[in-house]
Ligand binder design. Structure first.
Ligand code: GAP
Length: 513
């Protein structure tokens, strides 16, 4: 099965089992907007809890806030979003489709990487164990040729983006002979800048309504509250403020399911530090955040850092944590050293001091900021794509199983009476009552036990508890583990501790650096 087929299956599975639906589907949906169903919302909430608790509970010096989505319009002038939150867009005159110019070029670069990868794989097969990949990459003429071409285009693109040179971006597209995927032609318009913020009006028209924006990032709600939190919480630098909330961007290239949405959710943390210490903290946060991802157990080789060539105007260092989705390595989280840009800008635009008096040095200064910013929806997609597995069983049957890490699985335990009579449902209900205050538990008595196991596998339930006739005699039940399908008999009284050990977020927290 190709990665593309796998991804299509994953999308279909997400809908069939109540994880993710297209928004307003009965009206044919709304592009790049999705709704979370009964399973999706549980998964999403668990991911948020994993992040929130790891930030605010495991760090004494990080607290959370929940700022409003609407903010004073000056916020976005100060932050630079009104003037600079743009995408360079290009239209194909034949298909009338609009694309991000940089994405077209990035896709072309990815194709060059693929070509190089194929050459390497071919050679690996040919040379077997004696294959020296590094040597091959350095000496093979075809690889060298692809690599040189790729690097040259990459350099030109980075420079064009940094210089905001739209003519050069278009020229690169022409030079690379990039064709529109729909029409197949190279009949391109000029490249133009397009602001990504959604506008709306606040106040009635009679009062004289004002234009405001739906926030394109949650970070600004933290910056404008920096002194409120610092003073009321008596926070001492270094300290952080965390927030989870919706953000909105009028994305033109909306694709890859929930990877790029117009309405999405972010989990952001701004860490305020002394000027001059920011790059050390940047390094530390890179390590901390990578360990948060890796603790999920999907495999360390599934992640990599991608340091930015093009630094945003406010940053002096930036990296992405990329995850290997079925459509390749892509960003799930950004870590940015944002200098004192945002606080200084708010100081300038509001006329209010945004300074911190440091009792240790006796100085007042505008703090520097390290930001960690991760998309909740991209995390959901990360988990679903890593967890989705099709398996052939020993008895020839097939099963689809979501190997979601137990602490973030939507349903933790399914309690299944073997038959709907003889007092078994009553015992099952009793077990549910003993677990439901702590965990999301499901009761299921319909269909054969095998079918019920498959249903739970398909939504990623880590444990199934089956109540049978032996339970009536000795108050024991079988516990079946999702991944191994192993079963063992335990006393009902032991269930709360067995479940807790398996599904507690502690198992993830214990792995964090
Ligand atoms: N405050 C910094 C900031 O917003 P960003 O790199 O633009 O930085 C941070 O966004 C994260 O938000 C990304 O790594 C991604 O996970 C998520 N994100 C951004 N745009 C998104 C979109 N259109 N749909 C889904 N997630 C998105």
């Amino acid at each position: 099965m190709t990665q593309e087929e796998l991804f299509k299956k994953l999308i279909a599975h997400s809908k069939e089992y109540g994880f993710i639906f297209p928004s307003s589907e009965i009206y044919d949906g709304l592009s790049a907007v999705y709704d979370y169903g009964q399973m999706g919302v549980e998964l999403k909430n668990n991911i948020k809890k994993y992040w929130w608790d790891s930030m605010t509970r495991l760090h004494e010096n990080i607290v959370g806030i929940d700022a409003a989505i609407f903010m004073h319009p000056k916020t976005w002038e100060a932050s630079g979003h009104v003037s600079a939150f743009n995408d360079p867009l290009i239209d194909n005159r034949d298909s009338k489709k609009r694309y991000r110019a940089d994405v077209l070029i990035e896709d072309w670069l990815a194709k060059q990487d693929e070509k190089i990868g194929k050459e390497v794989e071919k050679a690996r097969k040919r040379f077997g164990e004696s294959f020296d990949e590094q040597m091959f990459r350095q000496t093979n003429p075809r690889v060298q040729e692809h690599q040189a071409k790729r690097d040259q285009i990459h350099e030109r693109m980075t420079k064009a983006l940094n210089d905001n040179d739209l003519t050069e971006l278009r020229q690169i597209i022409l030079d690379c002979e990039i064709a529109c995927p729909i029409s197949g032609t190279r009949n391109w318009t000029e490249v133009r800048q397009f602001n990504l913020m959604f506008e709306t009006k606040i106040g009635s028209v009679a009062e004289g309504a004002n234009t405001i924006y739906l926030r394109p990032e949650t970070a600004q709600g933290i910056f404008v509250n920096f002194l409120n939190v610092q003073k009321t919480g008596r926070m001492k630098i270094p300290f952080g403020i965390a927030q989870i909330g919706k953000a909105f961007r009028n994305e033109i290239v909306a694709r890859q399911f929930i990877f790029r949405m117009r309405e999405f959710e972010q989990m952001e943390m701004q860490f305020f530090v002394r000027p001059g210490e920011e790059l050390n903290w940047f390094k530390q946060w890179k390590a901390t955040r990578m360990s948060w991802h890796r603790a999920l157990g999907f495999g360390d080789d599934k992640y990599r850092f991608h340091d930015h060539d093009k630094l945003a105007h406010y940053a002096n260092a930036a990296t992405d944590i990329e995850f290997e989705f079925p459509f390749g390595f892509k960003e799930v989280e950004g870590i940015h050293s944002r200098t004192d840009f945002d606080l200084s800008q708010h100081q300038k635009f509001s006329g209010r001091k945004m300074q911190y008096f440091d009792p240790e040095t006796g100085e007042s200064y505008v703090p520097y900021v390290i930001e960690t910013s991760i998309g909740v929806d991209r995390m959901v997609l990360q988990v679903l794509s890593a967890a989705f597995t099709e398996e052939k069983l020993e008895n020839g049957e097939e099963r689809v199983v979501l190997r979601i890490p137990a602490p973030i699985a939507p349903v933790k335990v399914a309690v299944l009476p073997l038959v709907k009579k003889d007092g078994l449902p009553e015992i099952a209900r009793e077990i549910i009552a003993s677990l439901k205050f702590d965990h999301n538990v499901q009761y299921d008595e319909k269909d054969s036990i095998g079918k019920r196991y498959r249903r739970q596998d398909a939504i990623g339930t880590p444990l199934c508890v089956t109540v049978d006739h032996q339970t009536l005699e000795d108050r024991t039940v079988t516990v079946r583990h999702r991944d191994t399908m192993e079963q063992h008999r335990v006393a009902i009284a032991e269930l709360p501790s067995i479940v807790e050990n398996e599904v507690s977020l502690r198992t993830l927290f214990a792995k964090l650096v």
